[in-house]
Write a protein that binds this ligand. Structure first.
Ligand SMILES: [Zn+2]
Ligand SMILES: [Zn+2]
Ligand SMILES: [Zn+2]
Length: 351
């Protein structure tokens, strides 16, 4: 993540709607990937940036003013009322319960951060509401675990042809922690879920039917194994004893598609963490890495420091992973696919 500053000089953060020092309103511009303070224009509800000499005008997302507190901006001449992140959400949980407002707010906040990661990687985003076949869309659903009156006993998180479904109970720390322990995962976060599910979406869009398909099969050991059978076997038997030599997580061993999504999520996590570290001068490089060996060397030197700091605080390791040579090769393959796809960027193709 980049560092952002209010015009008064105060550092502000990705989710902020106001500067804590001078009270200025803040807004995030998708095209500039920047959070800045806003200056009102003579027209009601239309804003600009103080340093913008091109005179670009914005309006705020319609989800800004209530509990969702979305701080993303929309071009003033756009017919849309929701920002490009909020507009990707199709179904939200019933809002007659206070808890669902909180859950929805946390979920949208993590989703915006994941989408920031896609913008950072210049990946094309295909919104379904723009009429794109199998385009990206999100449903946030509740089930009987968070609402005993719900008609749905069990909502599974997942991706299918552009639709990402998330159980809103994942926004509750207690639910997530209990599931994390039951599934023996080192960490489980909303952001991690989004990065994983969007990995499946990009498999459909970057790998399926592409010239990289054969390389994917080789790298991820894919021979069109039956998905459901593999998953059932994983849930019955657990991962193989030596999974750390081959996979970034235990769940990666369930099926090559899950291995891809787990590795994709890991790559997105690495890139954003390294951008943050670079901007706080913990790494020399704040630009994109063209050389993968250099990227990996910087990453490993950074995580050693992050873990040492966490141990001093008394926390769990920030980075409880082992990156074997096999895993590193898979991460490199994803780096290659992402780098190659930079011809269509962000939402720009769909304005
Ligand atoms: Zn300020
Ligand atoms: Zn929004
Ligand atoms: Zn998955």
């Amino acid at each position: 993540m980049r560092r952002f500053y209010c015009h008064c000089g105060q550092e502000v953060f990705f989710n902020n709607t106001h500067c804590g020092v001078c009270g200025s309103q803040l807004g995030f511009s998708v095209e500039q990937r920047q959070l800045k303070s806003l200056v009102a224009t003579s027209e009601t509800g239309i804003w600009t940036f103080p340093d913008d000499n091109r005179g670009k005008h914005y309006k705020v997302c319609s989800h800004r003013e209530h509990l969702i507190a979305c701080n993303w901006l929309i071009a003033s001449d756009s017919p849309e009322t929701q920002c490009e992140s909020c507009a990707l959400t199709r179904v939200i949980p019933p809002l007659n319960k206070e808890d669902n407002w909180r859950r929805w707010r946390n979920i949208e906040s993590s989703k915006r951060r994941m989408i920031y990661g896609l913008l950072r990687l210049n990946l094309p985003i295909y919104p379904r509401h723009k009429g794109i076949n199998n385009g990206l869309v999100f449903d946030f659903l509740e089930d009987q675990r968070s609402n005993p009156q719900s008609a749905t006993p069990h909502v599974l998180n997942g991706h299918a042809t552009g639709l990402i479904t998330l159980n809103v109970a994942e926004a509750d720390g207690s639910f997530r922690e209990a599931t994390r322990e039951a599934m023996n995962e080192p960490y489980r976060t909303l952001l991690g879920h989004f990065r994983h599910e969007i990995g499946h979406f990009y498999w459909d869009n970057l790998i399926k039917g592409s010239s990289d398909y054969a390389a994917f099969c080789q790298q991820f050991n894919y021979s069109e194994q039956n998905y459901q059978q593999s998953l059932n076997q994983y849930y019955a038997d657990g991962p193989p004893d030596d999974w750390r030599e081959h996979y970034i997580s235990a769940y990666s061993s369930a099926h090559p598609m899950e291995d891809w999504a787990e590795t994709w999520a890991h790559y997105m996590m690495m890139i954003e963490t390294m951008e943050t570290a670079g901007n706080y001068e913990l790494l020399a490089n704040i630009e994109e890495y063209t050389d993968f060996t250099e990227l990996m060397a910087d990453w490993m030197s950074l995580v050693v420091k992050m873990n040492a700091i966490n141990r001093s605080i008394g926390n769990r390791d920030a980075y409880p992973f082992v990156v074997s040579e096999t895993v590193q090769n898979k991460i490199e393959f994803i780096h290659h696919c992402v780098t190659k796809s930079k011809n269509a960027q962000g939402f720009e193709a769909f304005q």
